[in-house]
Design a protein around this ligand. Structure first.
Ligand code: DGL
Length: 258
């Protein structure tokens, strides 16, 4: 394998991106870091999130990883420019809310869409710039979900029979808005995409496949059929400890499902 790939998120959100990548190509050496001890990022200070990004990237670089996927919209919004400047030898792929959807979907006049993000992504300068550039007419609304990433993270590790109700509560302010599309601007959200779609009676759109395509393009690889593949999965369960496990995740089952 030519290149080791590191992928990280505040927690398990980036698994939505990882799964999509594995569906297209299985013979990649991927190291996934779930930074659980510091999740969620979306309600932390900017300095704290940047500090975590540096710590994780240094760990990856130490392992000889040359391509890092920031599988987190919040970390991308706050840190990708700084990381690129600081580690010029590393190729970074970021994840951003798919604002450009506004220029690609067949819109009818009365149709509306909302971009769902974490609070930190929603208030970031990078997101505001992206929105200004790609959606100058302001066709897309934006909504910062106060707790959604945390709800998803908790449900993944502990299970949550109230998951659907919690998501309904979280999105209650949007329920009468009749959005045609909800653009998922946090990698945790595709993991509960079907709940979001049902709650808002909308179509959900994520960037997972665009990110996978970008990674494969950078590696000059075409999609191929995946057998099971082992993924090195790191996680921080406390600030003192770095857990490490190798899990075999296939593009099909068994895949962590919510
Ligand atoms: N999954 C991440 C994102 O895409 C982070 C969510 C969080 O930790 O708040 O923004």
């Amino acid at each position: 394998m030519a290149l080791k790939i590191g992928m990280f998120d505040s927690g398990i959100g980036g698994l939505s991106t990882l799964k999509n990548l594995l569906c297209q190509r299985s013979d990649l050496e991927i190291y996934y870091w779930a930074d659980d001890a510091y999740a969620p990022y979306g309600s932390k200070s900017e300095a704290e999130v940047r500090g975590r990004c540096h710590a994780i990237c240094q760990h990856f670089i130490h392992q000889g990883i040359g391509l890092i996927v920031i599988a987190c919209n919040t970390a991308t919004a706050l840190a990708i420019d700084e990381l690129r400047a600081h580690y010029p030898e590393i190729t970074f792929v970021g994840v951003e809310p798919y604002v450009n959807v506004v220029n690609h979907l067949p819109w009818q006049a009365q149709q509306r869409a909302v971009i769902l993000t974490t609070p930190l992504t929603g208030q970031s300068a990078r997101f505001s710039r992206l929105k200004r550039q790609l959606d100058p007419a302001g066709r897309l609304d934006q909504y910062s979900c106060p707790q959604l990433a945390k709800i998803v993270e908790h449900a993944f590790w502990q299970g949550d029979p109230q998951l659907a109700e919690k998501i309904q509560e979280e999105l209650a302010p949007l329920q009468d808005q009749h959005y045609t599309y909800a653009i998922l601007g946090c990698t945790h959200y595709p993991l509960v995409g079907r709940y979001i779609a049902a709650t808002l009676n909308t179509e959900v759109i994520s960037t997972c496949s665009a990110v996978s395509k970008r990674v494969l393009d950078l590696l000059d690889l075409a999609p191929c059929n995946p057998p099971d593949t082992p993924i090195s999965f790191w996680f921080t369960r406390s600030s003192q400890d770095t857990g490490y496990a190798v899990k075999t995740l296939s593009a099909q089952a068994p895949w962590p499902a919510l």
